[in-house]
Design a protein. Structure first.
Length: 219
């Protein structure tokens, strides 16, 4: 059974991660980190945030989360069909929107922190019942996933003419970003073998909450 993700108060965990609703006051320092990373990398002035932010505490590393059932995904600006229809076609089997979650607002303080964040994220989303991650990625981000053994399915090019106020994204679209999808179940075995990161992930309290509802963002 798929659990929901908490959308109100932050959760602090022993692996050093904190899950925050992006519209709460506690998220402002994390949003400032994301804005700074995008400004430095692309000259972008970011004003769009996913409903949730997962932050590696004490770092400049975070990622945004937008469950499929929470509404239209930002990356669907680039698509001619709903994301579940494209994945159903790409996989040649039905894919329910409720099993898909969008990632965005990627901010990486270092390669090592990214290698910790991705396994942690995969474990969390798998435990919550999600089957697919979808995200818009530059070649650098795409390679970060591939180096960890995550197979990615290309779905579309990210066309800047299809988003509101593309000028705010600075040089981002010059990097030729793509909309990609990845199977969480396929990626998890390889990510779980990563050491020492997997040990911290497996023992995180965030992943031991087998009976606690993490909230009601999906409605």
């Amino acid at each position: 059974m798929q659990r929901n993700i908490k959308s109100t108060q932050p959760q602090q965990h022993d692996a050093g991660f904190r899950l925050l609703a992006s519209d709460c006051e506690n998220a402002e320092p994390v949003k400032a980190i994301v804005r700074r990373v995008y400004r430095q990398a692309y000259g972008a002035e970011l004003d769009h945030f996913m409903p949730l932010l997962l932050w590696l505490e004490g770092s400049n590393t975070a990622v945004g989360l937008s469950p499929g059932n929470s509404g239209t995904m930002f990356l669907e600006h680039y698509l001619d069909s709903p994301i579940e229809a494209l994945l159903t076609h790409a996989c040649n089997r039905p894919v329910a929107r409720s099993t898909i979650i969008e990632l965005g607002n990627f901010a990486a303080g270092s390669i090592g922190e990214t290698r910790l964040l991705i396994p942690m994220l995969a474990q969390l989303l798998y435990r919550l019942g999600y089957e697919w991650v979808v995200f818009t990625a530059t070649p650098v981000l795409k390679n970060s996933f591939r180096r960890l053994g995550v197979e990615l399915i290309p779905l579309a090019s990210a066309d800047p003419t299809r988003v509101p106020d593309p000028a705010r994204w600075g040089r981002y679209y010059q990097c030729a970003p793509q909309v990609l999808a990845g199977s969480i179940a396929q990626a998890l075995p390889g990510l779980s073998r990563i050491d020492p990161f997997a040990r911290r992930v497996r023992h995180s309290r965030l992943l031991r909450q087998n009976t606690t509802d993490l909230g009601a963002i999906n409605g």
